[in-house]
Design a protein around this ligand. Structure first.
Ligand SMILES: [Fe+2]
Ligand SMILES: [Fe+2]
Length: 240
């Protein structure tokens, strides 16, 4: 396996590893996002077994020991499995997540105390980069789920939303809604709930210019339209 590094916006890097054995023949990608700034921030650590690959990819861009913030969408191996490996490697690093994640899991699971964020709270990491934390409970899954929005670039680090199969380009202006609907039909990974559409439409209100997918290409274009279409598909799934 190989991890490719692509700058999807100024100072925002996509670290992408395609795993051919998952969902063959298309395979499945695992992406982390490194935001370079005075206080570098990683969104998703990757699973523990992928830590050497992700660390090596980060090392192409900065000293891994200088990582300051460890963030992720929710508590699952591919989102945060290597959290404690990063805490051990980087002495100033701290996990940052919402209250639910901290109270339910991270105050216990993380080897150093996490920084607990309010819904809408901003971490200013310097270098003109501002990460706003947004609670998204149960979207797409996990009570503790939340996402981050980089305000300067208009990049929504959207985690498992829009998950798709295959190893596409690093950045696309093409359709990401159709492939996400197909993947949801196959994996059924979302926690379908009555609030799902409303939670996703709240993200659409940000009008993001880029969507950084954890499993798929990053998207450049009308992020509000894509999120609104995804919300409509979830509304369809729960209306019966
Ligand atoms: Fe997930
Ligand atoms: Fe994921």
């Amino acid at each position: 396996m190989e991890t490719t590094v692509t700058e999807i916006d100024a100072g925002i890097f996509r670290l992408s590893t395609h795993v051919a054995e998952i969902a063959p023949p298309a395979g499945f990608t695992f992406n982390q996002f490194l935001v370079l700034a005075d206080e570098p921030l990683l969104f998703h650590t990757g699973p523990r077994r992928m830590f050497p690959l992700v660390r090596a990819a980060v090392a192409k861009l900065m000293r891994p020991e200088d990582l300051r913030w460890i963030t992720f969408g929710h508590v699952e191996a591919d989102e945060c499995g290597a959290m404690n490996e990063w805490l051990a490697l980087a002495p100033r690093a701290q996990v940052a997540h919402g209250k639910t994640a901290c109270f339910v899991s991270l105050n216990d699971l993380a080897d150093r105390s996490p920084r607990m964020l309010d819904d809408g709270e901003v971490i200013d990491i310097g270098g003109n980069k501002r990460l706003r934390y947004l609670d998204t409970p149960h979207v797409p899954h996990g009570w503790e789920a939340g996402l981050f929005y980089e305000e300067t670039s208009g990049t929504l680090l959207c985690g498992d939303l829009f998950t798709q199969l295959g190893d596409g380009p690093a950045l696309t202006a093409g359709d990401i809604v159709g492939p996400a609907i197909a993947a949801e039909d196959m994996f059924k990974s979302s926690s379908l709930s009555p609030n799902m559409g409303a939670t996703i439409r709240r993200l659409a209100d940000l009008s993001p210019r880029k969507l950084a997918l954890m499993h798929g290409p990053s998207f450049e274009g009308d992020g509000a339209a894509a999120l609104t279409a995804l919300a409509a598909d979830y509304d369809r799934r729960i209306s019966f």
